[in-house]
Design a protein around this ligand. Structure first.
Ligand code: GRG
Length: 297
């Protein structure tokens, strides 16, 4: 039997290029120019494109086609980007750099940054509804509802609110996990699960992909906390050491660096094992899980 070699670097590079081309196509510069320049600045200016790639990979694993998932994949990147723009505002995390560039409000002003975020969020839903092809309406409605939930008070916004309220407080592990499951985990989960829904995956596949995404979501955030201590600003593309400066509760603060690393490793091992039944088809998602552990940015 021939062993199929899987090259994650090539896979990520090709996927990033296809996502970048689609984002550029879906969001052309138009009137009012200053608004669209601000939206395109943050959307097209970098990032790993992890959420769209997860969506495309889950669709592929479930037997779907790229054209069924690309609008949703790009919409997820728009929701993610808007959350970064708003997170960087002075009223939130107050940061000057993101993805190696000035933050949106530093470049375009706070008013435009708020509006660019609002427009990206609304357009994400329009994009899924209007551009998706080859998917039954029932599946599309499910995806729209689930993306809405992930962005709402039961998702990103809820996580952000508890995160802001916890600054400078001694919080327990349960509260920290609530913050991360909502602020980071919810969007990563729907990124994976939406790809499967669009491809009409069966219930067992959706359950396995849900567990996979929950494991990588938490591992991703633990690694993020560790990188804040160990990586440089040049590697991160944003201010390093900010969690300590802002009095944030993090995994390394609650568990220590060694135990945090072990927890992330165990979660990634579980994510990989959960997808073993899909054999070769699981390679991209399994390799992405390992990449989350090794990443430096
Ligand atoms: C969604 C309506 C709505 C509002 C947003 C501001 C806010 C509410 C939520 C904050 C969400 C947030 C900033 C979570 C952090 C997630 C995270 C770990 C981001 C870094 O993700 P990467 O490493 O970044 O994938 P790149 O730049 O590679 O895309």
């Amino acid at each position: 039997m021939t062993t199929v070699q899987f090259n994650l670097e090539t896979y990520l590079r090709h996927s990033q290029m296809r996502v970048q081309a689609a984002l550029d196509r879906y969001l052309p510069l138009q009137y009012p120019d200053n608004l669209y320049e601000s939206m395109r600045y943050s959307l097209l200016g970098g990032g790993k494109r992890l959420r769209p790639i997860l969506c495309l990979a889950a669709c592929e694993l479930s037997g779907g086609r790229e054209e069924q998932a690309m609008p949703t994949a790009c919409a997820l990147e728009m929701v993610h980007t808007m959350s970064l723009i708003h997170d960087d505002l002075p009223a939130m995390d107050n940061d000057d750099y993101r993805r190696g560039m000035l933050t949106n409000h530093k470049k375009f002003g706070e008013d435009m940054a708020i509006l660019a975020g609002d427009a990206l969020l609304a357009y994400a839903f329009q994009l899924i509804a209007e551009e998706t092809v080859g998917v039954r309406p029932e599946q599309l409605v499910k995806v729209l509802g689930r993306v809405g939930k992930a962005a709402s008070g039961s998702g990103l916004v809820g996580g952000q609110v508890v995160d802001l309220a916890s600054e400078g407080q001694d919080i327990d592990l349960g509260t920290l996990e609530y913050i991360h499951a909502h602020k980071t985990g919810a969007l990563l989960e729907i990124s994976v699960v939406s790809g499967a829904i669009l491809a009409e995956a069966n219930e067992e596949t959706i359950q396995r992909l849900t567990r996979y995404s929950q494991c990588i979501g938490l591992a991703f955030q633990i690694v993020d906390d560790l990188l804040d201590i160990t990586a440089t600003q040049a590697e991160l593309g944003k201010t390093a050491g900010k969690d300590i400066r802002d009095g944030k509760a993090t995994y390394p603060r609650l568990l220590g660096e060694v135990q945090s690393r072990q927890r992330a490793e165990a979660l990634v091992a579980e994510a990989i094992a959960t997808l073993d039944v899909f054999k070769e088809r699981a390679r991209p998602l399994q390799s992405i899980a390992s990449f989350i552990l090794e990443r430096r940015s």
